[in-house]
Design a protein around this ligand. Structure first.
Ligand SMILES: Nc1ccc(F)c(C(=O)c2c[nH]c3ncc(Cl)cc23)c1F
Ligand SMILES: [Fe+3]
Length: 301
């Protein structure tokens, strides 16, 4: 007989409150606050909004991967190796900082002055990859497979992982991560399998979403983060039939890493000594930060 699917219970739900970050940017931090310090392998999740004149000028990273998902507008990036690029609405950038990156992430000026909105997720790297060479993988909106389910009432963008028989195009991060962007029209109901034993959460971008089934259902509003228990292999999400507008949520899952997390801003190592070393290397332009010497970005001025 088919294995019974076990719904994942909800461990906690909380609002991602807005806070200042970078230079004049605003972020709703859904992972990386006292509500949820980290959920291995996830270190940080920022739902960012960058208005004109704001942004994230020259800054370093070591020991993690960042996944930037542009939802609205555009963000330019430029690093100390001369890599430059622009993310438009629907595009993603998977950046493996590894042993060290210094870059700037600045918004494009939108003609109508609208803000640039997106998600940035930080994923911890396994210890032996924390000193790997940096690398970028861009994923353009057009490359992302989409599947319509529940009579077309639900649309799932399979950015990474699998959903309803659709596989994402390629493994983009070193650490296995599933990232699904789901739109639920009124009355839609989706059952999404997730790998057993992975850590998983869901962040509500728009509207209201019911998670769970029957009397275990819980209604979660916009800007709230839902953290699931590790036990179980499916997540149920649905919207009210009389909802006034569609809901939009992401479901993210990843393999827990069995290592310490010692983080100082964008330096994420697995020991205090590793963090001291990162700070020293950044200050002395060593061990991966050589190209930071005298480097200033064009876009971060
Ligand atoms: N203070 C500080 C220290 C280190 C950082 F890496 C950053 C940073 O670059 C970001 C933090 N949230 C983000 N959301 C979106 C984007 Cl595009 C960038 C960031 C930062 F702001
Ligand atoms: Fe950055």
């Amino acid at each position: 007989a088919a294995e019974m699917s076990v719904p994942r219970a909800i461990r906690k739900v909380f609002l991602a409150a807005e806070q200042a970050e970078g230079a004049g940017a605003r972020v709703r931090r859904a992972i990386g606050t006292p509500h949820l310090r980290n959920l291995s392998p996830f270190l940080l999740l920022d739902h960012f909004s960058i208005g004109p004149g704001a942004g994230f000028p020259d800054h370093p990273h070591r020991g993690q991967e960042t996944i930037t998902y542009l939802l609205q507008g555009g963000v330019d990036h430029e690093d100390f190796s001369g890599n430059r690029g622009t993310l438009g609405a629907g595009d993603l950038q998977f950046m493996t900082a590894g042993r060290g990156i210094v870059h700037a992430e600045m918004p494009r000026q939108n003609p109508d002055g609208s803000a640039n909105v997106g998600l940035q997720l930080w994923v911890d790297l396994p210890e032996d990859l924390k000193s790997c060479e940096p690398r970028y993988r861009d994923l353009r909106a057009a490359e992302i497979p989409t599947v319509r389910v529940d009579d077309g009432k639900a649309t799932i963008k399979v950015i990474s992982g699998q959903s309803h028989g659709i596989d994402s195009v390629k493994d983009l991060a070193y650490t296995p991560v599933w990232l699904l962007d789901i739109e639920l029209r009124p009355g839609a109901k989706v059952t999404q399998p997730l790998p057993q034993g992975w850590n998983a959460f869901s962040y509500v971008l728009e509207g209201d979403v019911w998670y769970g089934e029957g009397d275990a259902r819980k209604k979660v509003e916009q800007y709230h983060n839902v953290v699931f228990e590790q036990r179980g292999d499916v997540v149920h999400a649905e919207t009210d039939a009389d909802a006034s507008k569609p809901a939009r949520l992401v479901i993210v899952a990843g393999t827990p890493l069995d290592q310490e997390v010692v983080q100082y801003g964008p330096f994420v190592l697995s020991s205090k000594e590793g963090v001291y070393q990162a700070l020293m290397d950044y200050q002395t332009h060593s061990n991966g930060f050589e190209r930071a010497k005298g480097w200033k970005s064009e876009i971060g001025k």
